[in-house]
Design a protein around this ligand. Structure first.
Ligand code: G3H
Length: 535
């Protein structure tokens, strides 16, 4: 067992990345007003140390809200929707797009602040934090373009069996939006932005980490959308989200996180048949390394897949199956690579491994390692399991068996369980038995072996990555999963569909209707009945 400790990174912090003063967030956004909070607050600590001896750094505080504020926000969203009569759900598509364009411009101006907070709050490296911000801006721009196309495709009438139809996509109502801590900006906005643009009204509560980074954007939300369309609360899920669900007035629960919280919230809703779900949940994506795999490439991809952002990604490779014939060579080379990765603070050059934002995570990963060791596994890499106050070095644990927690649980951190197999049916059976079904990485060359495998794997998961690590992007591709891994599909295009419903005006072909529709089109009195093209 490797219980040696590693050094906690406390090197001097470059000036441009220092947080001059803790950010005490006193505002929240409800009903078009940045309200001031004078109730209880929760301190926000970063696990990154700013001196020696090690101590977490206080970077600010956030409001600790409860049921009364939750009800005020819900009420604001309900009034703004106004049972479909509200300004926002009935607004012309081109006007909603204009509001979103205004928002994204203001958001871009906050890049530096948001990136700095991403590093401090969740320990994401500088290039990855910048990528998260830029990818989100691009996602918003792509969403606008896709919505324009969707609208162009609807600017027409169809006729079947003597009945005309003018079909569009309309909003669903009030959306409660909850994002995860590992992509507090990108994943949250991948829910919030399509929900808003489709004409829904929203209540959004940031995740447990990565909260302060939302605060520079409050004003942009407030200036860009009509009052009540976006309401932003702070606090614990059970204090804020649960009472909102209990009212039964939420039409869509949009959550990226784990199935336990999704189920608990869903159960609060008194009429589950009325609740739409857009969920991105946990996964245990396997890598399957076949005997003829290109080892250099497989190892590169398995490093990226298991350890990008320390494995704290729902798409991370969380278990690696290696064929018996190549396991020794694979493990030897893989172990060397893992131990050569650079650990440091997010702004350090070439850093790959960074402090874990959850204070209890190193101890949790240690529990999984100890459990595996007690059941017959070993740590393959020299540094594996070395621990500091805010990190635990990624351990390659082998051979992992089904009775181990490292096999059963979604570790969501730096731990790499490895299983060897003789017969390909072994990983396939495990995947079929698993509660999860998001993605798989398949490494191999022989097309006679790959073809039947691909044909089966696409029915067990929703994305088969050939000689490539698992990932969500590019964001135009469908992001979804089977079983406990997701409900609904997200992508730039699919998200617009997930947050809307087809609704239409139909009329029998007769003189009165033709004349009425012609007048409606001519006078442009209706925002729904329109054949205008948004260019
Ligand atoms: O946490 C899950 C994210 O959707 C993963 O996205 O594959 O782009 O890192 P990514």
């Amino acid at each position: 067992m490797n219980t040696t400790s590693m050094e906690t990174k406390t090197t001097a912090i470059p000036k441009q990345f220092q947080i001059a003063e803790p950010i005490h967030q006193k505002h929240y956004l409800v009903n078009g007003s940045l309200e001031t909070w004078d109730g209880p607050t929760t301190e926000v600590y970063s696990t990154i140390a700013s001196g020696t001896p090690y101590a977490p750094t206080l970077i600010g505080s956030i409001p600790d809200m409860g049921e009364p504020e939750a009800m005020t926000a819900l009420n604001a969203a309900l009034v703004a929707y106004d049972e479909g009569k509200g300004v926002w759900p009935t607004m012309k598509v081109s006007d909603r797009i204009e509001c979103m364009e205004k928002f994204v411009l203001q958001m871009q101006a906050k890049r530096e602040q948001v990136v700095k907070l991403l590093m401090w709050e969740i320990g994401k490296s500088l290039p990855d934090s910048q990528k998260e911000f830029d990818r989100t801006v691009e996602y918003i721009r792509d969403t606008i373009e896709d919505y324009k196309q969707l609208d162009r495709n609807s600017a027409k009438f169809q006729k079947h069996e003597g009945v005309y139809a003018h079909i569009r996509r309309g909003p669903l109502g009030v959306v409660l939006c909850l994002g995860p801590y590992n992509y507090p900006l990108n994943e949250t906005f991948a829910l919030l932005i399509p929900a808003i643009i489709m004409g829904n009204t929203t209540i959004f509560k940031p995740a447990k980490h990565g909260v302060l980074l939302i605060t520079p954007l409050l004003e942009a939300f407030n200036n860009s959308f009509p009052k009540g369309v976006v309401n932003i609360l702070f606090g614990r899920g059970r204090a804020v989200a649960a009472p909102i669900m209990k009212t039964g007035k939420v039409d869509v629960l949009a959550l990226i996180g784990n199935s336990k919280s999704a189920n608990a919230l869903q159960e609060q809703h008194p009429k589950s048949n009325r609740l739409r779900l857009v969920l991105g949940l946990e996964a245990k994506n396997p890598a399957i390394v076949l005997p003829d795999a290109d080892l250099d490439l497989s190892i590169d991809e398995c490093i990226a897949g298991t350890l990008s952002f320390n494995g704290q990604r729902c798409t991370a490779l969380k278990i690696v199956y290696v064929h018996e014939d190549i396991k020794e060579e694979f493990l030897k080379r893989f172990a060397k690579r893992v131990d050569s990765l650079k650990f440091g603070n997010p702004w350090d050059k070439d850093v790959k491994l960074t402090p874990l934002p959850e204070p209890g995570k190193p101890a949790y990963i240690r529990e999984l390692i100890d459990d595996a060791l007690s059941k017959g596994a070993s740590i393959i890499n020299k540094k594996g399991g070395q621990q500091s106050e805010n990190y635990i070095w990624p351990a390659i644990v082998y051979p992992v068996t089904k009775d181990m927690r490292a096999y059963q649980e979604e570790q969501f951190g730096p731990l790499i369980p490895v299983v060897s197999f003789k017969d390909i049916e072994e990983p396939l059976d495990d995947m079929a038995e698993s509660n999860y079904g998001q993605q798989v990485s398949l490494f191999g060359k022989d097309v006679y072996t790959l073809a039947p495998l691909i044909d089966t794997l696409v029915n067990l998961v929703c994305r088969v990555n050939l000689n490539s690590s698992c990932q969500r992007g590019p964001d135009v591709y469908p992001f979804t999963g089977r079983k406990d891994s997701a409900q609904s599909t997200l992508s730039v295009h699919d998200a617009l569909r997930s947050f809307s419903i087809r609704t239409f005006v139909a009329f029998k072909d007769n003189e009165l209707n033709t004349e009425t529709i012609e007048q409606l089109l001519e006078t442009k009195l209706s925002n729904f009945i329109s054949t205008d093209y948004i260019l």
